[in-house]
Design a protein around this ligand. Sequence first.
Ligand SMILES: Cc1ncc(C[n+]2csc(CCOP(=O)(O)OP(=O)(O)O)c2C)c(N)n1
Ligand code: SF4
Length: 255
Amino acid sequence: MTKEEIIKPENLVYKKPTLMNDTPMHYCPGCSHGVVHKLIAEVIEEMGMEEKSIGISPVGCAVFAYNYLDIDWQEAAHGRAPALATAVKRLWPDRLVFTYQGDGDLACIGTAETIHALNRGENITIIFINNAIYGMTGGQMAPTTLVGQKTATCPYGRDVHLHGYPLKMADIAAGLEGTAYVTRQSVQSVPAIRKAKKAIRKAFENSMAGKGSNLVEIVSTCNSGWKMSPEKANQWMEEHMFPFYPLGDLKDKNS
Ligand SMILES: Cc1ncc(C[n+]2csc(CCOP(=O)(O)OP(=O)(O)O)c2C)c(N)n1
Ligand code: SF4
């Protein structure tokens, strides 16, 4: 195939979303965050919402999400993204408003904000990156750390007698009256990435249609925090995370 044929639109198999700018990402190679950013950018473009999307960025490794996607952003204090998203969506009901949060941000310091925003049925989407650890601060135990999983603050593994059980936030969300769509996805393979993208699209469409709150959990890796190579981290996630956090839709009010 000649170069001219390769760049024909009908032969194009990969294109960087125009919403993703050229700022080099600070994420570790192999991290799930970059893949999810790309999916969000693609969905916003496909929905034609480039000028009407507002992301609420967290505290955690994704704190700089606003540097990579050329949409409007508001930075929230640690854990408060769903409260801020509530205000933004109520002020601008015609905007696509989503939060982007890690498990420390969403399921620890921000548990109350998350549960109450979802329960109120705010027309927002929460993108929840569950990598079972505090990535940014050096790999401490998170509420979602698996039983037996070793972290900087539980070097002998999470012990239920000392630390309690991992929180299944999507299961909690699915039981709340205000949620329209709750799903658990992953991005470690091409089929998984495609499914995750469809889930993000459905959640964003629900938000715009005023159907209630949407939670898209992405079971993810933190290869640096887990002290594994990216490949080993994906394998570990499939073997250990997926049995405890099974993938698929937990709730879809429209189906
Ligand atoms: C009020 C407050 N408490 C604690 C911190 C320290 N802190 C920064 S990021 C973080 C946890 C991040 O973990 P997570 O949300 O899982 O995101 P990840 O880095 O893994 O993507 C903590 C505790 C802070 N910045 N502000
Ligand atoms: S520390 Fe973990 S979550 Fe943070 S960028 Fe690196 S791999 Fe990703």
